[in-house]
Structure formats: structure tokens, C-alpha cells
Design a binder for this molecule. Structure first.
Ligand SMILES: C[S@@+](CC[C@H](N)C(=O)[O-])C[C@H]1O[C@@H](n2cnc3c(N)ncnc32)[C@H](O)[C@@H]1O
Length: 232
């Protein structure tokens, strides 16, 4: 296993850890459950979930996912994920760690899941390089992310709101083009469904979303090296 030495700060968001379950409950009451089911429908074999939060995805893994290694750095969220793991119908093991240095061996996973997390991870290129490292050649990345809007006026609004949003949202950003970041990391996008996640008729700054799948090349030589420097 190649472990990247990291001196990055701890992830600790006590307030966000308290409010995120409530935010997620509202989102799930208005469609996020269906989004999670769509995200995970084709997950098989050994799955690595990065930034698993409270473990909201765990109950939606299909039985074909034999084992899930769920990595979560925030201790309070990780404790909630451990409770969710106990109720999951598939075997879920929750591990402490960051997406930028996954505690998972090289070329061991059939799938990596990124759900509402590329908006928050400090070093997205490094995290995606890690996803590529742990995936078997030809393995798949399943993603569900809110993203920067394709509409320039809305994207400008996102940039302005983003001056304060990360402070309230545990480091979450509204301005990331996560789909492009996935391409830049050497994955091939196979499917990407774009939509506005409108809740109670309101188009919030995090409404523009994408759910999709991307594949790691079958040949490892064509995946950019871990730690390649690029914006997130
Ligand atoms: C908005 S929550 C999403 C949680 C979960 N994936 C979901 O779908 O509900 C963002 C998550 O990213 C986690 N996170 C923040 N920085 C991270 C990092 N560097 N590596 C992995 N996860 C990280 C946070 O602790 C939090 O659990």
C-alpha cells in the first residue's frame, strides 16, 4: 500500500456534525433518498466510500456490494456512521481517515463512492488520485455532488454566497466543478445526470447537482500520479 504522508490539519466540525443530520433529513424528505439509491444502484464487490458522514448511504447499498469500507475523518460524524453501519444490510466497516490518504491498499476496490463530499475535501486532485490508486483497473467511481452552475449568473451568485458558506457548512464549497475534476484525474465519465435539486420550490445555492459514474482506465499508466497539483 502506498500511504501518502500528510501533515494536513484534523477535520473537526462540531457544529456541522450536529446540524448535518437535520439538513440531510430535509433533503431526504424531498428527493435525496432517491438520489442515493440512484448513486449506489450498480455498486458491487468491495466499495470504498470517502467522507461517509453520518452513514446516510449505508442502508441504500444493494446486496451485490459485498463489503463497504467507509472513511470519515470527523469524529462525531464517524460515531454516527458507526451506528448506521450496525443497521446496514451489507457489511460496512467505518475507518478514520481522509480522502487524500485512504487507509486502503492499492488496486483493491471495485468501486469508490463520493457523495456530497468533493465540495468539502481540502485537496480534491489528491483525493481523486487516491480513489484511482485504491480502485482496480477498470473500477468505477460513483458520484453525487452539488456543483458550480453552468449558468454564469447563477454561478456568480454561488461565488458571492461562497464567501460565507464554507464557514457554516463544515468547509463545503458551492463553486467547484467536480465533474471536471474527475476528468482531470484521468477518469472517463460514463454517465452524468445534471439536475437542480429544488426543495420546497426553492432553488438554493447548492441546487445544481450531478449524479454519475466514471471509470478508471484499465491501464494504470494513463492515470495521473497521486498529488498532481490542480484546483478543486
Ligand atoms: C456534506 S457531508 C456528506 C456526508 C455523506 N457523504 C453524505 O452523503 O451525506 C461532507 C463530509 O465530508 C467529510 N470530509 C471533510 N473533509 C474530508 C476529507 N479531507 N476526506 C474525507 N472526508 C472529508 C466531512 O467530515 C463530512 O462527513
Amino acid at each position: 500500500m502506498t500511504m501518502t504522508a500528510t501533515r494536513q490539519s484534523k477535520v473537526s466540525h462540531p457544529l456541522f456534525a450536529r446540524i448535518y443530520p437535520k439538513i440531510n433529513a430535509v433533503a431526504e424528505a424531498h428527493g435525496a433518498i432517491e438520489h442515493r439509491q440512484e448513486l449506489l444502484a450498480e455498486a458491487t464487490g468491495l466499495v470504498v466510500e470517502i467522507g461517509a458522514g453520518t452513514g446516510a448511504n449505508f442502508c441504500h447499498y444493494p446486496p451485490r456490494a459485498d463489503r463497504v469500507i467507509a472513511v470519515e475523518p470527523e469524529p462525531r460524524l464517524r460515531a454516527q456512521a458507526e451506528r448506521a453501519a450496525a443497521d446496514a444490510r451489507v457489511h460496512v466497516e467505518v475507518r478514520a481517515g481522509r480522502a487524500e490518504a485512504l487507509p486502503v491498499p492499492d488496486s483493491s476496490a471495485d468501486a469508490v463512492v463520493a457523495s456530497l463530499v468533493l465540495c468539502t475535501i481540502a485537496d480534491v486532485p489528491k483525493a481523486l488520485a487516491e480513489a484511482a490508486r485504491v480502485l482496480k483497473p477498470g473500477g468505477r467511481l460513483f458520484f453525487y455532488e452539488h456543483i458550480r452552475s453552468a449558468n454564469p449568473r447563477f454561478a456568480r451568485k454561488q461565488r458571492i454566497v461562497n464567501l460565507v458558506w464554507p464557514l457554516l457548512g463544515g468547509g463545503c464549497n458551492l463553486t467547484r466543478d467536480s465533474e471536471q475534476a474527475i476528468r482531470d484525474a484521468g477518469f472517463t465519465i460514463e454517465r452524468a445526470r445534471h439536475f437542480d435539486f429544488v426543495i420546497k420550490g426553492r432553488t438554493t445555492p447548492s441546487a445544481p447537482c450531478v449524479i454519475g459514474t466514471a471509470r478508471k482506465p484499465a491501464s494504470p499508466a494513463s492515470t495521473p500520479a497521486a498529488g498532481a497539483d490542480a484546483g478543486g
